[in-house]
Ligand binder design. Structure first.
Ligand code: PHB
Length: 395
């Protein structure tokens, strides 16, 4: 009998040890609420689908309590419409009394919510939107995704060093696109290149054909493209249909355009496209291999960069709540988020304590068909810039 009890006690402590977020606060403490606002429908629905799957995976792997607080995750769909995001954020703060706001699939949605985070002193974890200036809209914003300047500079430098002399830029006409255009250009000029055209296409329901015609007429060595996640497949299809892939004009891009969510659907027209980004499902670390296998087993689709930012957003929140020993509170959580460093499936990440923005490695990758990975298309990393801070915030 005694022996059995002792074994039970041992088994119990083993479980606690395996769950780093274990118990501390009273068992009757109020639940800790994380209110996600995501586009689950509409043009950016894949962003919502990816982040939801990743956040659920995080909880399945790490438990649904931290320091004695039960974690309650709520997910609501804003369909990518800023007025809806704002209304949901208000309801979350006033009625549900959430402890953290999270998500934000597009830049305007993050901008719409920032004043609510400030007024209510609620930490706002941005797991998608990537215009540099977002983190400056509220001292309660922390970002686990990336910024467009962060990834655009690397591909500009690569292009400048690989015989590309003239580039036409082609971006979605809103915050992240304008960031990409500007930071690509300044770095490319520094590397001796010339930008011979700057084309912007509307964010909503874009028809790329007239813009692609302009690219064809300008005949640059390469076209540099940024479009938000979800638009890459339509763009690449039209690029191929217009014969641009065989025109001698190289396509270079941020990884948003050849995103893991759509890459296999895009097909062979993407082969050989060199692009820069912070995450590839083919990132060869042990942690990423485990992450991708668990994600695909649970969700039946491949994680993309949005999923990783959602997973890391949950990691950041769990760590912060553990640091406050389950107490929470906007200012204490925020203080606990600043300066966090941990290994992500993308590599090591840091939340810069001054800017509350992410510092991370940026990879140069090429789209290849990988025999060892089921003969599917992947972004295969071949170069890296370590620990890149958002260049828009480097004074
Ligand atoms: C944004 O709206 O900030 C955004 C959305 C999707 C991306 C990148 C940026 O892939």
């Amino acid at each position: 009998m005694e022996r059995r009890q002792a074994l039970h006690a041992l088994a119990g402590s083993a479980v606690v040890a395996a769950l780093p977020f274990g118990r501390a606060h009273g068992a009757d403490a109020a639940p800790f609420k994380i209110g996600f606002i995501l586009p689950m429908t509409g043009q950016s629905a894949s962003t919502g689908k990816q982040i939801e799957a990743a956040a659920k995976l995080w909880m399945a792997q790490n438990g649904s309590s931290v320091a004695g607080r039960k974690i309650e995750m709520i997910i609501k769909d804003d369909a990518g419409v800023a007025d809806t995001t704002r209304r949901i954020a208000q309801e979350y703060v006033v009625n549900d009394k959430v402890d953290v706001l999270a998500g934000f699939g597009l830049t305007p949605l993050a901008f719409a919510t920032a004043p609510i985070a400030t007024q209510s002193k609620t930490p706002m974890v941005v797991t998608a939107a990537a215009t540099s200036a977002i983190t400056e809209q509220s001292p309660y914003i922390v970002r686990t995704s990336f910024t467009l300047p962060q990834v655009s500079v690397s591909i500009a430098e690569w292009a400048g060093k690989h015989g590309i002399k003239n580039v036409v830029t082609f971006v979605a006409d809103y915050g992240p696109g304008i960031d990409a255009e500007k930071f690509f250009k300044s770095q490319f000029l520094l590397n001796g290149g010339k930008v011979t055209g700057e084309i912007r296409s509307p964010l909503r329901s874009p028809d790329f054909a007239p813009f692609l015609q302009k690219v064809a007429d300008l005949k640059p060595d390469a076209v540099f493209v940024f479009l938000p996640s979800g638009q890459g497949a339509a763009f690449m299809k039209q690029f191929g249909e217009r014969g641009l892939d065989k025109s001698g004009i190289k396509l270079i891009a941020t990884g948003d355009v050849v995103d893991d969510d759509q890459l296999n659907d895009i097909g062979d027209v993407a082969l050989g496209v060199v692009n820069s980004h912070h995450y590839s499902a083919a990132h060869p670390s042990a942690m990423n291999k485990k992450f991708v296998a668990a994600f695909e087993a649970a969700s039946k689709f491949r994680p993309n960069f949005m999923a990783v930012a959602g997973y890391d957003g949950m990691h950041l929140i769990y760590n912060a709540l553990a640091t406050t020993k389950g107490a929470g509170g906007g200012d204490a959580l925020l203080a606990a988020m600043k300066g966090q460093i941990f290994e992500s499936p993308r590599g090591q990440i840091l939340i810069d304590a001054q800017t509350r923005d992410i510092v991370q490695d940026v990879y140069i990758r090429k789209v290849e068909r990988v025999a060892a990975m089921g003969n599917q298309l992947y972004n295969v990393e071949f170069d890296v810039q370590k620990a890149v801070k958002d260049p828009a915030k480097v004074k």
